[in-house]
Design a protein around this ligand. Structure first.
Ligand code: 5GP
Length: 189
């Protein structure tokens, strides 16, 4: 969709600078889905695949991604909260909403919006590993390597981005702007 076709509040220049367009997101998400399909087929891991979204930021990405995964999958979600502020991450992470089904013996693909300091995913992957999945992989739309404090193995990555606070396509500022169809950042930030 051309930027001028977005509703006024939703245009890249108003008030966000577009970093990744909706068209670029769509192309990359389709590529990730094809790569995931091929890898799981090659590994013979086509049964019991659980696509596990980390609430709430991954919801838009996950909805698009699963439509490009040509495998029988089930979907589940987990909610996490991390404490600290933008500059000092405490590394304390809490599960606010747990899975609806056990993952023992399942092939679990965690879908996340962004790996920033790495604290959230580091905690979450360790927690999920204790539940006995057949395999555990991570697909993150974005990675900000400049902010990394914990090494997190990202099996499937959409985009590496600079150290900007980004919004849109699921990512929020105070719970708003998740429905922007592109990824942007605040002008001047
Ligand atoms: P981490 O634990 O890796 O530092 O950060 C994990 C969470 O912080 C992400 O899932 C996301 O919710 C939030 N976060 C990190 N960077 C950004 C950003 O640039 N924009 C937004 N909207 N959220 C972010």
């Amino acid at each position: 969709m051309a930027p001028s076709a977005y509703p006024a509040w939703n245009r890249p220049s108003d008030p966000f600078i577009e970093l990744i367009s909706a068209a670029t997101l769509a192309d990359r998400v389709a590529e990730l889905g094809r790569a995931i399909t091929a890898d799981y087929v090659a590994a013979g891991a086509t049964e019991d695949v659980v696509v596990l979204g980390v609430l709430k930021g991954s919801v838009l990405f996950m909805a698009d991604l699963v439509r490009h995964i040509a495998l029988p999958v089930t979907l589940d979600f987990i909610g996490v909260a991390s404490y600290g502020d933008a500059t000092v991450s405490s590394g304390v992470v809490q599960i606010t909403q747990d899975l609806t089904r056990p993952i023992a013996g399942k092939h679990v693909l965690v879908v996340e919006d962004i790996v920033d300091t790495g604290h959230t995913l580091s905690y979450l992957l360790a927690n999920l590993a204790t539940r006995g999945p057949a395999s555990l992989k991570l697909c993150s739309l974005l990675h900000k390597p400049e902010r990394s404090e914990r090494e997190v193995p990202i099996d499937y990555l959409g985009f590496t981005i600079p150290n900007k606070f980004v919004v849109g396509y699921g990512l929020d500022v105070s719970q708003r702007y998740r429905n922007l169809p592109f990824i942007g950042y605040v002008a001047g930030a």
